[in-house]
Design a protein around this ligand. Structure first.
Ligand SMILES: [Zn+2]
Length: 247
């Protein structure tokens, strides 16, 4: 029975594998795949809107282009409205896709903030490098001066800017300290007020000799005062009359 299920093939004794014609592999071949639209788009021929994540039977083709040794892939889909071929490529630089033909993106995602940050960082680094270079030059020759376009000394300008930055930092630190102080004082005031109110309430309740109220400036609660004479008041017994309830 097991012979029937065998998966190995029979090779006759005169079999020569070198004589077998090899199939040529086409590197430019496109593969049929099932994919989803990576972004919402609009067909340029029939104005049909194609939503993001709509499924398509697509063709995938590896292009010759590369970004940092990453292969760029092109996809072909057909518009469900007019059978127009829509193509788009992967974009490894931005971790996304770039539309090519047949359709346009409905909106661009925001990438501005990141690029802005990068640009700013680059600029700062450049300035820092410039400053270090100037400092080196100045060290070698204390009377060396570089004139900028307005005629002022570049070194002075840099130093001024540095001082300004430091001053701003100090100012913000001071502001924070003041804010913290204010918050703390507010909390303390609230605490003393609360304590006072409680004291007053107790006094009213007991109608005991008036205790000195704590001064508002003092932050710590006053020490507890134990009265020399403790009066124990007897509770009046409850007059429970069950006569009406009793049978
Ligand atoms: Zn269309």
């Amino acid at each position: 029975m097991s012979e029937r299920k065998a998966i190995n093939k029979y090779y006759p004794p005169d079999y020569d594998p070198s004589k077998v014609v090899k199939k040529k592999k086409n590197s430019n071949q496109t593969i049929k795949i099932r994919m989803m639209a990576p972004y919402s788009m609009r067909c340029t021929r029939c104005n049909e809107y194609i939503a993001e994540r709509r499924s398509f039977n697509a063709r995938k083709e590896v292009t010759g282009e590369r970004y940092l040794n990453i292969k760029i892939v092109r996809f072909y889909i057909t518009c469900p409205g007019c059978n127009n071929t829509i193509t788009f490529k992967t974009n490894p630089a931005e971790a996304g896709y770039t539309p090519e033909e047949g359709a346009v993106r409905n909106f661009e995602k925001k990438r501005k903030q990141e690029t802005d940050l990068l640009k700013r960082l680059e600029k700062e680094e450049e300035e820092d490098k410039k400053y270090q270079l100037l400092r080196k030059k100045r060290k070698n020759n204390p009377f060396w001066k570089e004139q900028d376009e307005t005629g002022g000394d570049v070194m002075e300008k840099f130093e001024k800017r540095l001082i300004e930055q430091q001053r701003q930092q100090e100012l913000t630190d001071e502001l924070e300290a003041i804010q913290q102080q204010v918050d703390k004082e507010k909390n303390e005031d609230a605490l003393t007020k609360l304590l006072e109110e409680e004291k007053e309430k107790e006094d009213e309740d007991k109608s005991a000799p008036v205790k000195p109220t704590p001064t508002p400036s003092s932050t710590q609660p006053p020490p507890l005062k134990i009265p020399s004479k403790i009066i124990v008041r007897k509770k009046t017994p409850l007059n429970l009359d069950y006569s009406s309830d009793s049978d």
